[in-house]
Design a protein around this ligand. Structure first.
Ligand code: HSE
Length: 440
């Protein structure tokens, strides 16, 4: 090891769950981490509004303050670790740290998904690194895999279970036949879901992460505002059960897929064949399946949240920065995997109507002659081909559920068909539609 290399000083902002994990793991594994980094790495300063908590975690082993900006101004600190979260004060912290020539490590997916363009441009201009492994799928090194491990490939698509809260809810609904509302309460009781779990259950958190994956997979700008987002709040236990009867599981997936003239960027509940490994990712675990033209399918699985799993990713970034901070900018891995002047200008995010998926349709129908014929005629009109069909025994009131799986078709064709299906005299209520992916 080169003993001449000076210690890297880190300023840690936010000593909550992930900050506390980062402190603990860096301390516990200091010797091994130093051997890997080629120089000692020390959190010399910690900033948090909650000074009692900071004192409890850190004690006398670092300088503690409630002023985050004191760390950013400190000339002895080379790396700022931002674990505040959100897009308020965290944005100022990151931009000012960059402006002051600090390298930044962050787990803040919302911030990078919304303001990534501004932040990466500022970092490029200043010649500093912004590392964000912990922002997508917590402890799973998916950023490293997409950006470096798969760099030979033309990435075709990636599909991931990238929100643990919703995966826990869907797993429990399937296992125990519980309703969404019941499981959500349980998820909150267990501490998986936030007190305000909106970002989780409405798919926003997964969309932040998918947005970052799309940028580094395809070499396109970060464009959260163009993501299609649909959460799990409208899923019913009946659909989970019907999907199972057809050999499928329902997962909330973040999907990024390259089409010839654009990129699909979407988050929604998805039927996937139960045979796929991804379908068997249960509870709060995360997993991302990536298809590259050379490597084929690769799967990354692990804990997407929690103190030490997320700290694992934060510290990996700190070590990367410690190794590369003395190097020329051109020798570093670009923030978004592709050189900033080589981002694609001809791969727009496609409007949702152009997206291609299979579909699950559940139609409550009057159980009488001709009902099915009218439905198949509407699907044929839109050039939608049926892959499988399940008719349940008649429910009371002379009604029954028809479940149809369609082959792949355009979103706009399905929407047009649903509008017509809902107008049929024999259709009762809304058509339940869930997209379906074979993931091959
Ligand atoms: N709320 C997130 C989840 C935490 O449930 O996966 C990690 O980003």
């Amino acid at each position: 090891m080169n003993d001449n290399k000076k210690q890297i000083n880190v300023g840690l902002i936010g000593i909550g769950t992930v900050g506390g994990g980062t402190w603990t793991v860096l301390k516990r594994n200091a010797e091994e981490i130093t051997r890997r980094a080629g120089r000692p790495i020390k959190i010399t300063h910690v900033a948090d509004k909650n000074l009692d908590l900071a004192n409890k975690v850190v004690g006398n082993d670092a300088t503690i303050t409630d002023d985050a900006f004191a760390l950013i101004k400190n000339p002895d600190i080379q790396i700022i670790v931002e674990l505040v979260g959100g897009v308020g004060i965290a944005k100022n912290i990151v931009l000012q740290a960059i402006e002051n020539g600090k390298h930044v490590v962050t787990a803040n997916k919302a911030l990078l998904a919304k303001f990534g363009e501004e932040i990466f441009a500022a970092a490029h201009k200043k010649g500093v690194m912004v590392a964000f492994e912990a922002a997508v799928a917590g402890g799973i090194p998916i950023i490293k895999a997409l950006r470096e491990g798969l760099t030979a490939n033309r990435i075709e698509w990636a599909a991931g279970i990238i929100n643990g809260t919703t995966n826990f809810i869907l797993s429990e609904m399937r296992d125990k036949g519980l309703t969404f509302a019941d499981v959500l309460k349980e998820a909150q009781r267990l501490g998986y879901a936030e007190a305000d779990p909106t970002f989780d259950i409405e798919g926003v958190d997964a969309a932040h992460k998918a947005t970052l994956m799309a940028a580094i997979a395809f070499g396109i700008p970060v464009q959260f505002d163009k993501a299609y987002i649909e959460g799990i709040t409208k899923l019913e236990s009946a659909d989970i059960a019907y999907a199972e009867q057809l050999g499928y599981r329902i997962k909330l997936l973040g999907i990024v897929r390259r089409q010839q003239d654009g990129v699909e960027l979407r988050v929604h509940p998805t039927l996937i064949p139960e045979k796929r490994l991804l379908a068997n990712v249960e509870g709060a675990m995360n997993a991302v399946l990536v298809k590259g033209d050379a490597v084929g399918l690769t799967l990354y699985y692990g804990k997407g949240a929690g103190a030490e799993p997320t700290a694992s990713a934060v510290i990996a970034d700190i070590v990367d920065v410690a190794r590369l901070c003395d190097s020329e900018i051109a020798e570093r891995v670009p923030h978004l995997a592709f050189q900033p002047d080589a981002l694609s200008t001809n791969l727009p995010i496609l409007p949702m109507g152009e997206v291609l998926t299979g579909n699950y349709l559940r139609i409550r129908v009057e159980d009488k002659a001709g009902a099915l014929a009218k439905i198949t005629a509407i699907l044929a009109e839109q050039d939608i081909s049926i892959d499988a069909l399940l008719q349940k025994e008649a429910l009371s009131k002379g009604e029954t559920d028809l479940i149809i799986l369609t082959h792949i078709c355009k979103e706009k064709a399905v929407l047009a068909a649903i509008e017509k299906l809902e107008k049929l005299e024999t259709t009762k209520g809304k058509v339940q539609r869930i997209r379906r992916e074979e993931l091959l």
